[in-house]
Design a protein around this ligand. Structure first.
Ligand code: PLP
Length: 376
């Protein structure tokens, strides 16, 4: 049998059949009406999920392309403050160093962001704040509304990585006052990897850098998107646009509220399983920081062989994720985003429960049963 693993990692995630079939097309002209309509559909639905009426563009590049577009277009030569409590926050800081002057506010990965440090940095003249809403590497959700509010008050531009929150958790770009936000196609919307989308506020346009990247120049994206039919400046990844449009039509039919509620239910179920197993959640939350709605990170107790856990799970045709960088071997992560539901969650938890036994952990109680109770 041809092997197709069930991917329960924090992206890429399993794609609905409609999404996959949308790519099986003869080439179409990316300067024609059909492509323009595809692009317009994508923008229409993404605006609902971003919670914005701002300009919104699709880039032919994965989430990191949008991270670089955000900072490259608005951060060149500027004083940037980067909030870091995981891998992707760290990446934003590193990109910032290529373009501007960065003050990195490091918190231990998976612990709350340094908001007191942010207050000081803003008072000290920081012009731009970068942070990750849902830090996929550690399963913590950072307080986007509060960060944006602090930055706004100080007149700084707010750049938010919403790559694993947009489409799986509540995001309100306009209400919160986020100037630049972005998503990635292979995460919460269950489309193929390779596209990202970015929204740009009026205030951000006013701060557009003189020196910008060429391929990711958002002024060029704005010009092309304003033509009829809508276009991108250079040849886009057309087949991926077709698939993303299909994924978004599915999300539009589901509805924003229902989709977020479904993700919340899956997150609750996975956390119930972790509790039943007697394992500690990895993130340290507080009044402002919460557990992720789209990926759960679990601490691996000493003596438990995390690699063996994932190998056993993979042997059953399911993939869960380990930790990145210094968290390798110390945590495992289960993705619960996109087009999945109870069958996939229960299968992943059953395999994980089995794998935990193989890795040397005796579960306190059945996580599968605890999760089923939440999903029913
Ligand atoms: C996956 C991810 C990225 C990076 O996206 P790529 O598509 O791998 O380039 C950035 N930020 C967050 C929060 C992510 O989960």
């Amino acid at each position: 049998m041809e092997k197709e693993n069930l991917l329960m990692i924090p992206g890429p995630v399993p794609m609905p059949e409609r999404v996959r079939y949308a790519m099986l097309r003869q080439a179409i002209n990316h300067r024609g009406a059909e492509f323009g309509a595809v692009y317009a559909d994508i923008v229409r639905v993404l605006r609902l999920y971003f919670g914005t009426t701002n300009d919104l563009f699709v880039l032919s590049g994965s989430g990191t392309a949008a991270m670089e577009a955000a900072i490259g277009n608005f951060g060149a030569g500027r004083k940037i403050v980067s909030l870091v409590n995981g891998k992707f926050g760290e990446r934003l800081g590193k990109i910032g160093q290529r373009y501007g002057t960065v003050q990195v506010l490091n918190s231990e990965w998976g612990t709350p962001l340094d908001l007191a440090g942010l207050e000081k940095a803003l008072a000290g003249g920081a012009e731009l704040v970068t942070f990750v809403h849902n830090e996929t590497s550690t399963g913590i959700r950072n307080p986007a509304a509060e960060i944006a509010k602090m930055a706004k008050k100080a007149g700084a531009l707010v750049i938010m990585d919403g790559i694993t929150s947009i489409g799986g958790d509540e995001v309100k770009v306009d209400n919160w006052g986020v100037d630049v936000a972005f998503m990635g196609s292979q995460k919460c919307f269950a489309a193929p990897a390779g596209l990202s989308a970015i929204s740009v506020s009026k205030k951000a346009w006013d701060m557009l850098s003189e020196r910008r990247p060429y391929y990711l120049d958002l002024a060029a994206y704005r010009k092309s998107a304003s033509s009829t039919p809508m276009e991108t400046p250079y040849t886009p990844a057309v087949a991926l646009f077709l698939a993303l449009r299909e994924a978004l039509l599915i999300a539009e039919a589901e509805g924003v509220e229902a989709r977020i509620a479904r993700h919340r239910k899956m997150a609750d179920a996975v956390r119930a399983a972790v509790g039943a197993w007697g394992l500690p959640m990895f993130p340290k939350t507080d009044a402002l920081h919460a557990y992720s709605n789209t990926a759960t990170a679990v601490s691996v107790p000493a003596g438990v062989a995390e690699k063996e856990l994932r190998t056993a799970v993979k042997g059953l045709g399911i993939e869960i994720a380990g930790g990145q960088d210094h968290l390798k071997g110390k945590i495992f992560r289960i993705g619960h985003m996109g087009a999945v539901g109870a069958p996939e969650i229960l299968a992943a938890l059953a395999a994980t429960e089995y794998g935990l036994g193989k890795a040397g952990w005796t579960v306190k109680a059945s996580g599968v049963a605890a999760a089923a109770g939440k999903l029913a």
